[in-house]
Structures are given as C-alpha cells and as structure tokens.
Design a protein around this ligand. Structure first.
Ligand code: IMP
Length: 205
C-alpha cells in the first residue's frame, strides 16, 4: 500500500446502517488512509437498482453527494440456481430475520436436487460530490445444504457450503471465510484498485 502521510487522511463514510458490516470494513481498510465513519442516520436510501452493482453505486454516490466526503458501499446477496437467481438483490428482504430467511429458502428447496448457488458482493467507492472511482464485484460459488451446519458468521452462512470444500461459511473461522468469500474476493480486487488510485491525481485532488 502507498505511503500516505497522516495529514493526507480522508474521511470515508461507509454507506450502511449494518453495524456488522461497518465493523468488518473498518478492519479491512488501511488505517493510514481513511478515517472511517458510518453513514449519517438522516440519509435513507431506497435500493432501487436491478443488480448488486447498481445498488452499491446508488448507495455510495448518494452518501458522497449528501456528505461531500468519500463514500464506500457494498451490496451483497445469495442467488440460487433453481430459484432463477432468487433471493438475489432481495436477500435481506426475503423474510423478517436470518432464521426465517433460512427456513424459507430450505422449504423452497425441499424437493429440489439442484442446490447450486452464488454469493455476490459488489463494492463501490465514490469521491466527494459522487463521482464513482472504484467499482468491483466478487463471487463465491457453493451449494445450499439440506440443514444448518456451523455456528459462526451471520445471515445465510449456516446453509452455504463453499464449492470445493465440505464446509459452510458458518463452519469457517473469520480468516478462512475472508479468504474464500464473495466479500473477501471483492475486497482484495478493491484494494488493488485503491492502490492504483492512491498514486493518481484523483485521490490527491
Ligand atoms: P445487504 O447487502 O445489506 O442488502 O444484505 C444482503 C443479504 O445477504 C443479507 O440478508 C445478508 O445477511 C446476506 N449476506 C450478505 N453477505 C453474507 C455473508 O457473507 N453470509 C451470509 N449472508 C450474507
């Protein structure tokens, strides 16, 4: 990562109200470059995009516009083959809470042989005033298990078994999950692009 002096630090709003995500991203971002702050509570963003990337872009640009500071957003979810990609961008709205979301998915797949699914994470960084400077997507392929396995993580973790392993996300420790997960893949692509951006005029301006 580039050597940035303390005086060059920028405020970066994380466009999310999800405390888990804010914590996760605060740990991932290089601390010498950004002071990370969560999105002001007064901003309510309607996720009207048709794709994960569109939603991430929408959130990052709206928060950057509103605050006139750098803004970072992610949008993620689970797309199931046999359900034509559902719940997809509606993963968070599929039921009232994680247990109910999992129960609904397992019920809908109860008679289904094809268990293939993909987790996607779209990340977006917008400069003050809303110009998008980085946009990436990471995926992780897997299978929906027949029942919950593992206790770690959150969301759909206990029923998502990573392809090529015998483990669900919920059976992986945070380091293992980070290496293989959709968010881990997206974030490492993001950091490569951030490194290029840091040496460019666009960051210093
Ligand atoms: P959003 O990106 O905040 O709109 O939420 C996406 C939905 O996908 C939520 O229901 C999350 O619980 C779920 N989700 C996103 N990433 C993961 C993950 O790494 N594991 C399990 N569930 C996830």
């Amino acid at each position: 990562m580039n050597n940035i002096q303390n005086s060059d630090k920028r405020i970066l709003f994380i466009a999310s109200e999800n405390i888990g995500k804010i914590k996760e991203f605060t740990q991932l971002f290089p601390k010498d470059i950004f002071d990370i702050i969560s999105q002001p509570k007064t901003i309510k963003i309607n996720e009207t995009g048709r794709t994960f990337s569109e939603n991430a872009r929408l959130k990052a640009t709206e928060v950057a516009n509103f605050t006139n500071q750098w803004a970072f957003a992610d949008d993620s979810g689970l797309s199931v083959n046999a359900l034509n990609g559902a719940p997809g961008i509606y993963s968070a709205r599929y039921a009232r809470n994680d247990d109910e979301r999992i129960a609904r998915l397992l019920k809908e797949l109860s008679l289904v042989q094809d268990r293939r699914a993909i987790f996607t994470s779209a990340l977006c960084l917008a400069a003050p005033a809303g110009k998008v400077l980085i946009q990436v997507e990471g995926i992780c392929k897997g299978l929906i298990t027949k029942e919950k396995k593992g206790k770690m993580g959150f969301g759909y973790d206990p029923i998502f078994q990573v392809l090529g392993t015998s483990l669900t996300y919920a059976e992986m420790n945070p380091v293992q999950k980070q290496k293989l997960s959709h968010r881990g893949v997206a974030f490492s692509l993001f950091l490569q692009k951030l490194d290029v951006l840091l040496s460019s005029n666009q960051f210093m301006s």
